[in-house]
Design a protein around this ligand. Structure first.
Ligand code: UVW
Length: 333
């Protein structure tokens, strides 16, 4: 733990300061060159699986939705739309996009979720993020015409690490089926035992629940009620599960569902902790969460070949100051 000016107390069990006072990538620090070589050694067939949904899924979001599907548009070059445009004997097309960074397959940056915490023992909790970076000072909302910016913990820091290591698929759909189920420590241990997974320090843990298959089958007309009844979600209120995540040394949790954990939308978010796993992983431990990853094809292949591990490569966009990012990760088996 390193001395610094931002906090004198860190959350119990957290990694704050473990990789220096100014660290911005958290547990990604755990991945060593030797671990990457061990991950490469998991490649036996040379087959690659894309782990991204089409980025216009889930689909069917109205204009008032807080996250919206990407919209492509074209700009003019001179007075002509730069689309099928003749440039000498070439014909060229170009486009722009407006996109919610966390609409579809996405990474949560460490700037995505902080918490109220008493950083100096004064008795007054303040809004802070991983490693004590401050809301309003380092993670700054829009001011007048100035856009929001995560000056610290933005997603570009994650991108710079290359985001590569050993992936492990935990097949919750195989263990429990594809009906909704809250998965805590006991269920997870049962699954790891039954499927023979060994979780190592530095692993990217991918939870396959079948949610992505259900979403894809809905063809951009998501039936939200049916989706709420689909697939396992981790129980962020299970203290033993949180302790296991802390002890496991995993660098990241990834799922094919929208939040990795179950988010209870029937309670008031202003008075209830509805994101306990987010707080535990992102704020305390410095773990990025991957959401709405496409794991169906990979899971079926790993089932057929009785394997669970692979080389995972999944950098986000190197987009300075962003709180999240779409991704097109790849599993190589
Ligand atoms: C929130 O919606 C706050 O988080 P996430 O998309 O990471 O589940």
């Amino acid at each position: 733990m390193t001395a610094n000016e931002r906090w004198t107390r860190r959350p119990e069990g957290s990694t704050w300061g473990d990789w220096g006072a100014d660290d911005q990538v958290g547990r990604l620090n755990l991945i060593t060159p030797e671990m990457r070589l061990a991950a490469v050694a998991e490649v036996r067939e040379g087959r690659a699986f894309l782990l991204s949904l089409p980025l216009d899924l889930p689909g069917d979001e109205g204009p008032d939705a807080y996250r919206q599907a990407p919209r492509l548009f074209v700009r003019n070059w001179g007075d002509e739309p730069l689309y099928n445009m003749r440039v000498g004997s070439a014909v060229t097309s170009d486009d722009h996009v407006v996109l919610s960074l966390q609409y579809s397959t996405q990474w949560d940056a460490l700037a995505h979720c902080g918490a109220m915490f008493d950083v100096d023992g004064s008795g007054t909790p303040v809004p802070v993020y991983y490693n004590g970076w401050r809301a309003h000072e380092h993670i700054v909302g829009p001011q007048g015409d100035a856009p929001p910016c995560a000056h610290k913990l933005g997603i570009e820091n994650m991108a710079l690490t290359g985001v590569q290591g050993r992936g492990v698929l935990i097949d919750l759909a195989r263990q429990f089926g594809t009906e909704f189920r809250l998965v805590g420590y006991d269920d997870l241990m049962r699954t790891l035992d039954a499927q023979g997974q060994e979780v190592r320090t530095g692993d990217f843990l991918c939870f396959y629940t079948g949610y992505g298959d259900a979403l894809l089958a809905m063809g951009r007309q998501p039936d939200h009620a049916a989706l709420h009844r689909t697939g396992c979600a981790l129980d962020g209120h299970d203290a033993r599960l949180l302790q296991w995540i802390e002890d496991s040394g995993a660098v990241s949790l990834i799922a094919d569902n929208p939040a990795v954990e179950f988010v209870d939308q029937s309670v008031d978010y202003r008075t209830h902790d509805i994101l306990p796993l987010h707080i535990h992983c992102i704020f305390k431990l410095g773990m990025h969460l991957g959401e709405l990853f496409w794991l169906g094809d990979l899971a079926r292949h790993l089932r057929a070949t009785e394997r669970t591990a692979f080389l995972f490569t999944g950098p986000p966009l190197r987009l300075p100051g962003a709180c999240g990012s779409p991704a097109a990760p790849v599993a190589t088996v």
